[in-house]
Design a binder for this molecule. Structure first.
Ligand code: ZN
Length: 308
């Protein structure tokens, strides 16, 4: 028997899972990130999560995989820059290794989701995959012949910041009309607030939209239409075999995919094969599951960038 641990460090939450050799979840936990985002406190919290899982796990610990936000420092094993955490040059893995004598692995959080879907999820039978994660924001990852395309500056597949509507809403990146400002969970919540004056959570918006209630249905359909357009543009550039839709909004299920399909399918005229849109298996859990998958994939000799 063996087990692995996955930790997804986000701007507001730390998610952890304990998995077996086949990536079945044995235990799961979520805690809030320290409000001031102090490095020492956050590292201490991750240490406690890992120790808790170690006590529950049976047999050998294959290691701890971390899904980290921002720009990663592969040499040191940590974060070079994270806007969400307001961290710069934090050697996350060396700090954890001082306390925990285990093998560590890391991956960028969105790419970690793509790893989970590629090796254990909806993209298992495909080679060339475009993964898009739609949650509070939008991000993505490209997997070509089962390799992550990282780009010359580790900045590839920032799909959320493609400008789709030049006169659209302002984006946190400084541009206007990025896909993220039109199609993300936050974008839908903002639109509903403008129309109703009420703060309504994404899940609630979707359940009302499915019942056909106005203006929820219009808001979701508009956001999905922009997403369909963005995905169509991406197919023109990359010609993937499949597009996997993950992230928190994917919890809305097949109905959401159908609303995207309308715009997506209608754009194609001469493309011989339209890549299918598939819901990811892990949805909002993709990043933490990808993190837990890293030690497993290392043992199998299938995929790993670095071991620490
Ligand atoms: Zn942007």
């Amino acid at each position: 028997m063996a087990f692995s641990i996955g930790i997804d460090l986000g701007g507001t939450k730390i998610a952890g899972v304990l998995v077996d050799e086949e990536l079945h979840i044995l235990a799961e936990e979520k805690i809030l990130v320290d409000r001031e985002k102090r490095v020492e406190k956050v590292i201490g919290d991750i240490e406690l999560l890992v120790r808790g899982f170690q006590e529950k796990g049976e047999g050998e610990c294959w290691g701890v995989g971390l899904a980290l936000p921002g720009l990663l420092d592969w040499e040191k094993g940590g974060i070079a820059l994270s806007e969400n955490l307001n961290w710069r040059d934090v050697p996350v893995i060396p700090l954890l290794k001082e306390k925990l004598p285990l093998s560590f692995f890391m991956e960028h959080d969105v790419r970690s989701g793509a790893v989970a879907e590629t090796y254990f999820g909806a993209a298992q039978s495909f080679q060339d995959v475009l993964y898009i994660s739609v949650g509070t924001g939008i991000a993505g990852s490209l997997i070509w012949k089962r390799n992550i395309i990282r780009g010359a500056h580790e900045a590839s597949a920032e799909l959320g910041h493609m400008v789709i509507e030049p006169n659209g809403p302002l984006c946190r990146c400084g541009n206007a009309g990025c896909l993220e400002t039109l199609s993300s969970g936050n974008a839908m919540e903002r639109d509903v607030f403008h129309l109703t004056g009420k703060h309504i959570k994404g899940e609630e918006i979707f359940s009302r939209a499915r019942e056909g209630a106005s203006p929820y249905q219009e808001v979701v359909k508009r956001a999905s239409a922009f997403l369909g357009l963005g995905l169509f543009n991406l197919v023109q550039i990359f010609d993937p075999e499949v597009i996997i839709l993950g992230g928190g909004v994917a919890e809305a299920g097949e109905w959401w995919v159908e609303t995207i399909e309308e715009e997506y399918q209608n754009r194609f005229f001469w493309t011989p094969t339209i890549p299918p849109l598939l819901l990811g298996r892990f949805r909002s859990r993709a990043s933490v599951m990808g993190a837990a998958a890293l030690p497993v994939l290392y043992k199998r000799g299938e995929y790993v960038r670095s071991i620490y």
